[in-house]
Design a protein. Structure first.
Length: 72
C-alpha cells in the first residue's frame, strides 16, 4: 500500500474551509464567491503581465547585452 498526499491535501483544505467559516461567521457560499473573485483577479493580472512581456523583453534585452559586454 502506497501513501498518497491527495487525501491529506483535501482534508487540510476542508479543515481550513471550516475554520474560515467559523472564524468569519460567513457562509460557505460567501467564502466561495470571495475565493472566486480573487482567483479571477490573479488570472486577469497574469494575462496582463504576459501580454506585456514581449514589449519589456525588447526594451530590456539590449540593455542586458550592453551590461554584459561592459562587465566582460
Amino acid at each position: 500500500m502506497t501513501f498518497s498526499f491527495q487525501p491529506v491535501f483535501w482534508a487540510t483544505l476542508l479543515g481550513a474551509w471550516l475554520l474560515a467559516c467559523l472564524k468569519t461567521h460567513c457562509g460557505p457560499l460567501v467564502l466561495a464567491s470571495i475565493a472566486l473573485l480573487h482567483l479571477r483577479a490573479v488570472l486577469l493580472t497574469t494575462r496582463w503581465m504576459v501580454s506585456q512581456t514581449p514589449e519589456r523583453w525588447l526594451c530590456v534585452y539590449p540593455q542586458a547585452v550592453q551590461f554584459v559586454k561592459e562587465q566582460g
